[in-house]
Write a protein that binds this ligand. Structure first.
Ligand code: ATP
Ligand code: MG
Length: 188
């Protein structure tokens, strides 16, 4: 009997849309996470990998990538304020993250409209409730008392499509493409 062969279409990889954390904030978060690791253990995210996920796509077939890029390029999304002012710990996945005590609604609206458009275009099966957070540390079992995070605020001026994979240095990310977010029109 002939061996059964299955064909797996080439994958563009695990993709997600995100805001990269600006270098000054990434430096602060990384140093704080390093101090937590020193006391409580866990695996530190590299400073240059810190990001805020807006929409997670997962595995996308390589042949769909051009349409995805075209879709993203055609969006007109506004610049948004981001403010990270608290550290949090999710016991279910052992993650230490930086989040907002009062996220600006514009940030949630940006993630929602991006997700909605991706769903309409068939790139997302479903939209998900958006919880703005930047993962700083993984595999943390007992966080102890978390330090206070001095507020880190900036305006996001671009969004990126990012590819992720596992490397021997932990999660690795590569920007596939990035697009500007639109500045508000000056008042007339
Ligand atoms: P790894 O899973 O290899 O440890 P990672 O979680 O950083 O690393 P991905 O799982 O590819 O890498 O996730 C990329 C980004 O998307 C991360 O910010 C992650 O929190 C987010 N993400 C992953 N899965 C989902 C999901 N199902 N819904 C929403 N966001 C997700
Ligand atoms: Mg993951």
């Amino acid at each position: 009997m002939a061996a059964e062969t299955t064909y797996t279409a080439p994958s563009a990889g695990r993709l997600f849309f995100a805001l990269w954390v600006p270098p000054a904030c990434a430096g602060t978060l990384h140093a704080m996470a390093g101090a937590v690791v020193g006391r409580s253990g866990g695996r530190l995210m590299r400073e240059d990998t810190l990001h805020l996920t807006l929409a997670f796509l997962g595995d996308i077939a390589e042949r769909r990538l051009p349409a995805l890029l075209e879709h993203a390029a055609g969006l007109s999304l506004p610049r948004v304020p981001v403010c990270l002012d608290r550290l949090g710990f999710w016991a279910q996945n052992h993650i230490l993250f930086a989040g907002s005590s009062a996220p600006d609604p514009a940030l949630g609206a940006l993630a929602d409209s991006l997700q909605e458009s991706l769903k309409e275009a068939g790139f997302l099966a479903e939209t998900r409730a958006f919880v703005p957070h930047v993962t700083m540390l993984r595999k943390l079992l007992h966080p102890g008392k978390l330090p206070a995070l001095p507020a880190q605020a900036w305006e996001a001026e671009e969004f990126a499509l990012v590819r992720s994979w596992r490397s021997d240095r932990g999660a690795a990310y590569e920007t596939v493409a990035r697009w500007p977010l639109q500045a508000a029109l000056p008042p007339t």
